[in-house]
Design a protein around this ligand. Structure first.
Ligand code: PGA
Length: 261
């Protein structure tokens, strides 16, 4: 695992966007698109802003990129401003040259949700697996919507959201927890960990406890992001406040090793 400690959310976004852009430029081609897993939430917004800037000003193309989003609320209309469909088009897809058909987002309004989840796993496999999965982390350590005590070998499925997550996400629903859907479709921990590389973002002091458990704790279904310790190529990009609960020795180790790279 690498842990990249940046000063603030903006520099986390710049580091991550450049990393993604380099991966796309190196690997994407007409014959073999780059398969990119994507997340929603506040944390990746600076990354998406920088990717959009790179597209507009530096010619970064997404013409040969296929995306798979991590999750979507169940029962929220796609056109609702807080659906993850809306989020992705507003913050990224509308501003870049990705072909419409290359975008994959779970349909939380499918008639058969189980079938929808099974199909999503099949689509990812048919695309050749995910090259880079960009994720965030919940204050409870969730990776995608894999809430505490999710199986670390879980696959795409329907998840009941915890009260904690619904309280945290109520900030997007005018503070009304009752407006936050009770369920979501989410890729599983194993779906994320199957990606050839996982890049996990954590910014702000609210994520400091979850990050400590993810980096220094045991691999545990209590903090599902800790499964990344088993991943051969996991990168955590965090800011100083999110790193606040790491041991001084852990902090120094990653700072020094990344300076030497
Ligand atoms: P956030 O959400 O980026 O809005 O903090 C992250 C998550 O819940 O995984």
């Amino acid at each position: 695992m690498r842990v990249i400690i940046q000063s603030d959310p903006s520099t986390v976004g710049i580091w991550t966007a450049r990393h993604i852009a380099e991966a796309i430029r190196m690997a994407a081609s007409q014959n073999k698109p780059f398969i990119l897993g994507l997340a929603t939430g506040s944390t990746p917004i600076p990354t998406y802003a920088e990717l959009v800037r790179m597209h507009k000003e530096e010619g970064l193309s997404f013409a040969h990129v296929t995306t798979f989003n991590m999750d979507e609320y169940v029962g929220l209309p796609q056109e609702h401003p807080e659906s993850y469909h809306s989020f992705m088009w507003k913050n990224l897809f509308s501003h870049i040259d990705i072909p419409h058909g290359n975008v994959n987002i779970l349909n939380g309004n499918a008639n058969d949700l189980l079938q929808e989840c099974a199909n999503y796993e099949r689509l990812i496999a048919a695309a050749g697996g995910i090259d880079l999965f960009l994720g965030g982390i919940g204050v409870d350590g969730h990776l995608a919507f894999n809430e505490p005590f999710s199986s670390l070998s879980s696959r795409t499925r329907v998840m009941n959201l915890t009260i904690d997550t619904r309280i945290v996400n109520s900030r997007f629903f005018d503070g009304d927890i009752n407006a936050v859907p009770k369920q979501a479709l989410t890729v599983g921990v194993a779906t994320v960990c199957d990606a050839r590389q996982v890049v996990l973002l954590a910014t702000g002091y609210a994520k400091a406890t979850a990050l400590k458990h993810t980096v220094e704790g045991e691999v545990s279904h209590v903090w599902t992001a800790s499964a990344l310790q088993m991943h051969p190529d996991a990168i955590i990009v965090c800011d100083e406040p999110a790193s606040d609960n790491l041991k001084v020795s852990t902090y120094k180790y990653f700072k020094e090793i990344e300076t030497e790279r």
